[in-house]
Write a protein that binds this ligand. Structure first.
Ligand SMILES: C[S@@+](CC[C@H](N)C(=O)[O-])C[C@H]1O[C@@H](n2cnc3c(N)ncnc32)[C@H](O)[C@@H]1O
Length: 208
């Protein structure tokens, strides 16, 4: 699917994503807290959606959110207001970020690499805009390491991709490594469906 197709899909689902925010929080809140509550400084949330991560970022951080979906960004803006947080949200393609090099202390992104048409490009952009001594914090979903669950995911994969552009059987660690990012820390949960990854923004030797 193209960026435009994905944008249309999220425009169709925006109301439901908003209404079901509490379910999302119930299922993923503790992983978001664990991954994002130590972010520092100026933080870029790539593909921020409705701003679900904002509440887990420390008060001391400045939040910059980007996404391609205007309806989701509207909700992300309201989330900033509700939380009384400093920040901005802007429509932008993750694969071509309109920021200078090294401008962020921390770059975060959740449940996004599965949906980017070109995840390598988006991850390389995250590395480019992050300070070399900063951190890239990712929370991703993908193929379960439980055989039964993985088989179900494979059975649903094509239909799921057709409706949302999401590759439900992606393998997040392989995606990150293929883009040339070094993995400092990784941990899985929910039968391997969720992966928390801490990356170093300086590309590996092979990727330079
Ligand atoms: C599954 S949602 C995750 C949203 C949010 N990060 C969260 O954890 O709730 C995937 C998000 O990726 C965004 N997205 C997809 N492709 C994008 C692109 N090329 N650039 C920016 N955002 C994109 C979608 O609009 C959507 O908000």
């Amino acid at each position: 699917m193209t960026v435009e197709d994905i944008q249309d899909a999220y425009a169709r689902y925006a109301r439901w994503i908003d209404r079901l925010g509490w379910v999302n929080r119930l299922l993923t809140g503790r992983y978001r807290r664990r991954q994002f509550s130590h972010a520092e400084g100026r933080v870029l949330d790539v593909a921020c959606g409705t701003g679900e991560n904002f509440r887990y970022l420390p008060e001391s951080t400045e939040i910059v959110g980007v996404d391609i979906s205007e309806p989701l960004l509207e909700r992300a803006g309201s989330e900033l207001e509700t939380l009384e947080r400093e920040g901005t949200v802007t429509r932008m393609d993750a694969q071509d970020l309109e920021f200078e090099d090294d401008g962020f202390d921390t770059v975060i992104s959740s449940f996004s690499t599965c949906t980017f048409p070109d995840p390598d490009a988006a991850l390389r952009e995250m590395a480019r805009v992050c300070r070399p001594d900063g951190q890239i914090l990712l929370l991703e979903h993908g193929r379960s390491d439980n055989g039964l669950v993985a088989r179900y995911q494979e059975w649903r994969a094509d239909a799921h991709y057709e409706t949302s552009g999401c590759r439900v059987t992606q393998e997040p660690l392989s995606v990150v490594r293929r883009a040339g990012l070094s993995v400092d820390e990784a941990e899985t949960a929910q039968l391997g469906r969720i992966t928390r990854i801490v990356c170093d923004p300086v590309p590996t030797e092979d990727a330079r």
